[in-house]
Design a protein around this ligand. Structure first.
Ligand code: F6P
Length: 549
């Protein structure tokens, strides 16, 4: 067993180093090293990472790499690809890499997993081809033109994000919509102009027990049966699940049930049959390109030494900011409208994986783990919360994700977008001191008292760290590489924090309590023994019968 993270000499060295460089400025690091941009950037699998605007120098990096080695990132990396039980609490492998394995990683992957992945993909391909070619007909003999995916969490966020990112350019299949929330308004909105004769529902649930998904699935089935009584739901419903028996019990015929393995975690599952709506929207060749991009990142992650390893370096910038500079959050700012669902997708990937309070051995952690992940697409964020990033009291690191070329060829507007991303990261780092403000205001001819009044308000502290990740173009392959980059980053951080990134026990209590509260709202049980607030809210919400049927 490893010694506890905060007792490791490598951790202690980093702590001392962090204390010594506490007031160091990032812009001063550029003055000291003329090649800093080259020395603190890296390319792999078609992506480029600039981390020169982190408060990290060669010594910081080398201490962080020592920590990665001491926590056995290399050993865990091998265990991940070999399909060992890296998900210790659930005694399972986490083999999302098997779903896209090519090259050296395929040699490490258990053959049974490779075979299952190929099998599932083959079944998916047959179905996708039949739907997209029109060979597959709905009950009344029409082609499917609308697909509604009903799922939540990992059975929604990944497919929805990828379909949105890639659809505008390459979608030539049915329109794909996503329903996740149990709020009746969500399903209603998706059904508003859907045609019951041409709509296919995919019920996506790894466990096929998720309350929200099953309730929405029943709602969809009721809608279809009310609109077209006697319709064969087998021509309008498919399912993806690691429990095909439960999907069949729901009434979905065997041939429309697409299995997934239990070694694929929900938030790592868009590469599996959970990616069915993506493949329906963009076609199997596009879906395979997505897998190929991810695979290129897997190969890099697997073989590159830690000091030249993109996911490892990205993870280490996060460890430095979170554990040694005490950053409470990480902002994800994709400067690409089509990636506007990247922040919520990464929220689940990072926070459900690494938002943990005990070690793999079940001891309380005494160091910070996952920061809060949030953000929106740029430039919108600049007109919302960037004010606080620039002048608020805390250092809130940012990951800028920038796409160099616009797929539609609008170079001028794209330049505007990209220049904003670069300018924001520079402004966060450089800031503007009070003398610069005074000088500028003088040049603009402001009166002296006005200068004194406004100077503090117009001063920016700067020294705010960021990464910039560049994709030359947003294609299935570059997107696949980007998502695999973050998956491995999360894994590396989980290893360093000595936690299990592949379970999610923290969502269980709320589920249990919701079931109890549901019985209270329905008036099936009385509120004795329930806390005062819950009792009060139940009374308030049922006063006019609103939350009752
Ligand atoms: O929110 C908890 C969770 O278990 C996620 O991990 C998962 O992605 C989501 O619910 C949906 O689960 P399922 O695919 O089993 O419906």
């Amino acid at each position: 067993m490893q010694s506890r993270l905060d007792r490791m000499p490598e951790w202690q060295s980093l702590k001392r180093h962090a204390g010594a460089v506490k007031n160091r400025r990032i812009d001063a690091l550029f003055d000291r090293d003329r090649n800093r941009f080259q020395n603190f950037s890296i390319s792999a699998a078609g992506l480029f990472l600039d981390y020169s605007k982190q408060n990290i120098d060669a010594r910081t990096r080398s201490l962080l790499l020592d920590l990665a080695r001491a926590t056995d990132v290399e050993g865990w990396r091998g265990r991940l690809f070999r399909g060992e039980h890296v998900n210790g609490t659930e005694k399972r492998a986490a083999l999302h890499t098997a779903l896209r394995a090519e090259g050296p990683s395929a040699d490490l992957t258990p053959p049974a997993a490779l075979e299952a992945a190929r099998d599932f993909q083959q079944r998916m391909e047959t179905f996708v081809t039949a739907i997209r070619s029109g060979e597959w007909r709905a009950h009344g003999g029409e082609r499917i033109d609308t697909v509604i995916n009903i799922g939540i969490g990992g059975s929604d966020l990944g497919p929805a994000m990828v379909a949105r990112a890639l659809s505008p350019d390459i979608a030539d299949g049915p329109e794909v919509r996503f329903v996740s929330n149990v709020d009746p308004a969500h399903l209603r909105a998706a059904l508003t102009d859907a045609d019951p004769d041409t709509t296919l529902f995919i019920i996506a649930s790894k466990t096929f027990t998720t309350q929200e998904t099953l309730s929405n699935a029943r709602g969809a089935r009721d809608w279809l049966q009310a609109a077209r009584p006697g319709t064969d739901i087998g021509r309008h419903f498919a399912a993806v699940s690691s429990r095909p028996d439960r999907a069949r019990e729901f009434g979905i015929p065997e041939e429309n049930v697409f299995p997934m393995a239990d070694w694929v975690g929900g938030r790592y599952s868009l590469w599996s049959t959970i990616g069915l709506p993506i493949a329906l929207a963009i076609g199997m060749p596009g879906f395979r390109e997505l897998l190929r991009g991810a695979s290129a990142m897997d190969e890099h992650f697997l073989v590159a030494p830690l000091e030249e390893n993109l996911p490892v370096l990205l993870a280490l910038t996060g460890i430095w900011n979170r554990n040694f500079r005490h950053a409470a959050s990480l902002v994800i700012a994709p400067y690409a409208q089509r990636l506007d669902l990247l922040p919520p997708y990464l929220q689940q990937l990072e926070m459900e994986s690494n938002g943990k309070g005990v070690t793999r051995e079940g001891e309380a952690v005494t160091w910070d783990t996952c920061p809060a992940i949030w953000g929106v697409a740029g430039t919108n964020g600049q007109h919302a919360f960037f004010q606080q990033l620039h002048q608020g009291g805390e250092e809130l690191p940012v990951d800028f994700v920038v796409v160099a070329r616009d797929a539609g060829g609008d170079a001028a507007r794209q330049r505007l977008l990209v220049s904003n991303a670069i300018a924001q990261s520079a402004a966060l780092m450089r800031g503007r001191n009070v003398d610069e403000v005074r000088e500028r205001m003088q040049v603009d001819g402001a009166p002296a008292e006005e200068i004194e009044r406004l100077a503090p308000h117009r001063t920016f502290p700067g020294n705010r760290p960021s990464n910039t990740i560049v994709l030359d173009e947003l294609t299935p392959a570059t997107l696949g590489a980007l998502l695999a980059l973050y998956e491995h980053k999360v894994f590396v951080q989980g290893v360093i924090w000595q936690i299990c990134p592949f379970d999610q026990w923290g969502v269980e209590l709320g589920k249990e309590l919701a079931a109890n509260v549901g019985r209270l709202l329905a008036g099936e049980v009385d509120a004795r023994g329930v806390d005062g607030s819950t009792r009060g809210l139940v009374e308030r919400l049922t006063r006019g019968g609103e939350a009752r049927d």
